[in-house]
Design a protein around this ligand. Sequence first.
Ligand SMILES: [Zn+2]
Length: 279
Amino acid sequence: MIRDLLPAYCKAYQKDVASYSILISTMIDGHEVAWMEFRGGSGERRYRYRMLKCECQFTRGLGWDVEAGGKPYGIAGKADDCSKRKEMVRLRLLELRNEYLKRFGAERNSAVLRDHIPEIVDDLKERIRHGEFLEDGNGASFWGGYFYLQTLAEIVDPTMNYWQVGDALVAAKKISLEGAVVRDYHEPPPAEWEECFRMEKHGWIGIASLPAHSEMLRAWKLDVVKPNGRPAFKKSVALQLSYGPTFGPDVSDVQCAKQKLLELIRKAKSRGKRKKGKK
Ligand SMILES: [Zn+2]
């Protein structure tokens, strides 16, 4: 049980056992999974957060260990992938789903839940504010939000296209998205671009820029400049990115942008020639 594992864990990490409380404990095939609260810090830097934990994460040699020098460290991998903890999340989402089916009188027709997505979003947000358990890990709060779109889909309809649903909620000014994390709605800042690279071909210059913040369409902005310094196209060309550029663009995305720029330069050059030929 977690209670039996905590003393050794807290001793290694020099923490007070009393700062760990088990709010909800569930046994799954003899393995304890618990919704826990942690308190720490002092004065201004006091903190309190809740997370789903299981025995694995507190077991020495599985979730953590101690270096030769006595320093504790977390072990990534096995403890993170615990199937019992995953099962606990599945059961919780199923429980919520049944609750909403009842609330919206849809016991026989689960498709009805899709008509109540805004209310469900509000209700889930309220639950998070009250510290209820919904997801494993604290990814959503790390990104300043409540929960992931995938979680909403698990509750409402696991087959739905949750990106489409998310985009519709954003368009209705119901939520904002940070990746797939649902956040309170706020007006997005104006679009801004940062030049990523440029390439030159016989005096023609292709410029590839990336979105400067995450609330923009995930796409390259491609521009071509003529040898006389003027833009070759009235409008920039957008090219969808395959991967989020948070830590710089993916190699395959750069390759695509380069190809597209060469194509645009060729197009601009041949257009220039046609115009000259007409005169
Ligand atoms: Zn476990």
